[in-house]
Design a protein around this ligand. Sequence first.
Ligand code: ZN
Length: 311
Amino acid sequence: MRDFSPDHRWLSINTATLRGAGPLDAIIEACARHGIRAIAPWRDQVAGIGLKRTAQMLRSSGIALSGYCRGGMFTAFDAAGRQAALDDNRRAIDEAKTLGAPCLVLVVGGLPGALAGAPQSKDLFAARSDVRDGIAATLEAARDAGMPLAIEPLHPMYAAERACVNTLCQALDLCDAIDPADGTGATLGVDVPDRAALRVDAPDRTALGVAVDVYHVWWDPALDAQVARAGRGNRLLAFHVCDWLVPTTDMLNDRGMMGDGVIEIARIRGQVEAAGFDGYSEAEIFSSGNWWKRPADEVLATCIERHRRCV
Ligand code: ZN
């Protein structure tokens, strides 16, 4: 396991952590000031200053990406909605490519309409079917672009609104069904003529994998076994950290700074690294009541200190 205590070279900042710090250009400048080597920006933040300007700022600051947030949201009530989701994911792949992201993170979607507060269905099985078909179709575009897709399982409390993939096992089952090791894709209901020919042409990069976020998976009794399974399949594409506060006062926006909650972050990182992951540890803290109210410099200085001591 890598020693993070001497420096923060393996710290990435998910730009959602700095939602209170203004537009993305200000966030990138703040990260550059603190010697942050990688970030994971969100599409709305990129759109806020423009894709071109984002790419220019990343180039001039020498900051890399640890991922791009986010694609997914495949579930829909009708065919037009499903197609709109596929179109949007293709645009996300193009943006990720322009920014040089190592993967596009997928939050797959929950019950159609639920995120807007008006669920149009209670059929979670249909939603999961949409997700499977949506990822399979998007994977073709992803392979063409050489952009790996990282399915992020979300904590079960988000099953209705955001993601009906809720465990690492479920995410890996999807990977194995859509992108089996033998390249056949035979278990899918979609017609892909020659899957093997479409694989990303880089031996050390998988086309379809997972993003492991400690906030979503820390409670899972099968976590260690599933992390090892992900490693065996070369599917560990991203590692996100924050902490689970006790009590948690908001389902979405009350994540804790690393070290302030009850997640054994270092233990989980040890498992992930033992399974072969050697990338960035990405701090992703949604915190409307606390960290979003503080200046960027304070948030970043704290992330750096906690990365070295608690991650
Ligand atoms: Zn995450």
